[in-house]
Ligand binder design. Structure first.
Ligand code: NAD
Length: 486
């Protein structure tokens, strides 16, 4: 059991202002896995003050981006050096199957650090532009103090997605991890310290939503970078809007996988299913609505049932496990509530629907397949965030498939499966989501923008676009005959 009695404030381990603690509970055993101090508003104030001073007076924003990037490279190497331990730590916090966690929860963050370390050397922070009235220096400056708020489902991944571009840009950051997953965030703080991050640049203050909201409202925070639920995102966006504070939101999803009538299911399902049930279904990009042409509906259901029933459910630390426990008893109640709602709405459970036998402890739910689902049902419209899929029939060809996919308040991800890539690309262009997979197994490429249309978010992380979330653009008109060296 990992116990911390201090918070990481301004690059130092400091005694918390309050006496509250957060207990981390292992979702597979329901046993304690760690304890950390719970940050209070006073701790947030101290962290923001340290970040403000480091931004306004410190060397950090004035350093060259490539110098700042050297720290990211060191952190990436450190993360890779303890990939196995970190995967176990995160799995113990939130139940991710360790084989998936190794790649998705740990190796992927190291790739994100590396991508932004590389971009620091190539991104045009300064550009002399020939304007219509003369030469202008267009320069990207760090936006300032960043409040970064992360969810529990991919904690290190989201920390990397926010810290990498923010730090390359020259911002200072107060990171508030979710209360379920503070341990990996504290380990990351240690790795940043070991890698030479100057004092004041990073704070890590685990707490719940009220204290998180204090960070959002704090007048000395210039920008909020939030990943989490759409409900919280709307609240945070409203607060930032009132203050004209910069903000970006990565929110929920209810992504549709469109199986076209010419799809080869033998090729499709091994790529699609891991995306539908990744991370126990606790993934924003999970492809949880499976859209099947009516005349192939039963074939799709049978093929999905066969593969899902063969999935290994159990101890997330077993490398063979494909589906582990949900993060908390509360989350299992939520998922079971949706299974009940689906049945009340008239959908049928073709597979699963209960708790797996042989798991006396742990917050497990069986991989569950709903059939006879209408897209208007709540189980097709709302994010369940568990291993529950809905198969929805469509008539009328590609147009109807696109219409059903787009009949959603979300627009984060999606996919199309076909033996004709041209036809698939046409569908991909018409679905209103920010990220899409055409016969492809991986939804996110860190060199390209990722984010949501509609209620799935605002702004794009990753790629140069992700760096630009942390830059203010400034135009400096230059005198005739003068060209600065940049
Ligand atoms: P959540 O919104 O309940 O909490 C996310 C984080 O925000 C936590 O740290 C929480 O303490 C904090 N928080 C909540 N309300 C807040 C408020 N009003 N002010 C400040 N902070 C607040 O979400 P969750 O249950 O932890 O995470 C699951 C959600 O995250 C799902 O909806 C999932 O789709 C989404 N998600 C999105 C992405 C993406 O990139 N789009 C990635 C991962 C998760």
């Amino acid at each position: 059991m990992k116990v911390y009695d201090r918070l990481f404030i301004g690059g130092e381990w400091r005694a918390p202002a309050g006496t509250g603690t957060i207990d981390v509970v292992n979702p597979a055993t329901e046993e304690p896995a760690g304890r950390v101090p719970e940050a209070t508003e006073a701790d947030i104030d101290r962290a923001v003050e340290a970040a403000r001073t480091a931004f306004d007076e410190g060397p950090w924003p004035k350093m060259a981006p490539t110098e700042r990037a050297e720290i990211l490279t060191k952190v990436s190497q450190a993360v890779q050096a303890e990939m196995g331990e970190l995967a176990v730590l995160i799995s113990t916090e939130m139940g991710s199957p360790v084989s998936w966690a190794t790649l998705g929860q740990v190796f992927a963050p190291s790739m994100i650090f590396d991508y932004y370390a590389g971009l620091a050397g190539t991104y045009p922070f300064d550009e002399v532009r020939q304007g219509v009235m003369g030469q202008v220096l267009v320069t990207g400056e760090p936006v300032g103090v960043v409040g970064a708020i992360a969810p529990w489902n991919v904690p290190l991944f989201v920390s990397a997605a926010k810290l990498s571009p923010a730090l390359v840009a020259g911002c200072t950051v107060v990171l508030k991890p979710a209360p379920e997953t503070p341990l990996d965030a504290f380990r990351l703080a240690e790795l940043f310290t070991d890698s030479g991050l100057p004092k004041g640049v990073l704070s890590v203050v685990p707490a719940g939503r009220e204290v998180g909201e204090h960070l959002v409202r704090h007048p000395a925070v210039d920008k909020v970078s939030f990943t989490g639920s759409t409900v919280a995102g709307k609240k945070i966006g409203a607060i930032c809007g009132e203050q004209l504070k910069r903000f970006s939101l990565e929110l929920g999803g209810k992504s549709a996988a469109i199986i076209l009538d010419d799809a080869n299911l033998e090729e499709t399902l091994p790529m699609l299913l891991p995306n539908s049930l990744m991370n126990n279904g606790e993934a924003c990009v999970a492809q949880t609505r499976i859209l099947a042409p009516r005349d192939r509906y039963q074939e799709v259901v049978d093929a999905l049932s066969e593969r899902m029933s063969a999935m290994k459910v159990g101890d997330p630390l077993d490398p063979e496990t494909e589906v582990g426990p949900l993060v908390a008893a509360r989350q299992r109640e939520r998922v079971e509530g949706y299974i009940k709602i689906g049945q009340e709405e008239g959908a049928k459970v073709a597979l699963g629907g209960g708790r797996p036998s042989g798991q006396p402890k742990g917050w497990y739910v069986e991989p569950t397949l709903f059939v006879d689902v209408d897209n208007s049902m709540r189980i097709a419209q709302e994010e369940i965030f568990g291993p529950v899929l809905a198969v929805i029939a469509y008539d009328g060809g590609d147009d109807q498939a696109v219409a059903v996919a787009n009949d959603s308040s979300y627009g984060l991800c999606g996919s199309v499966w076909t033996s004709d890539p041209d036809r698939g690309l046409e569908v991909a262009r018409r679905v209103r989501t920010g990220t899409y997979m055409l016969n492809a197994p991986i939804p996110i490429d860190f060199a390209t923008p990722f984010g949501g249309f509609k209620e799935s978010g605002m702004g794009r992380e990753f790629g140069p676009e992700g760096l630009e979330l942390f830059l203010e653009q400034k135009s400096i008109s230059l005198p005739a005959g003068y060209t600065p060296s940049i």
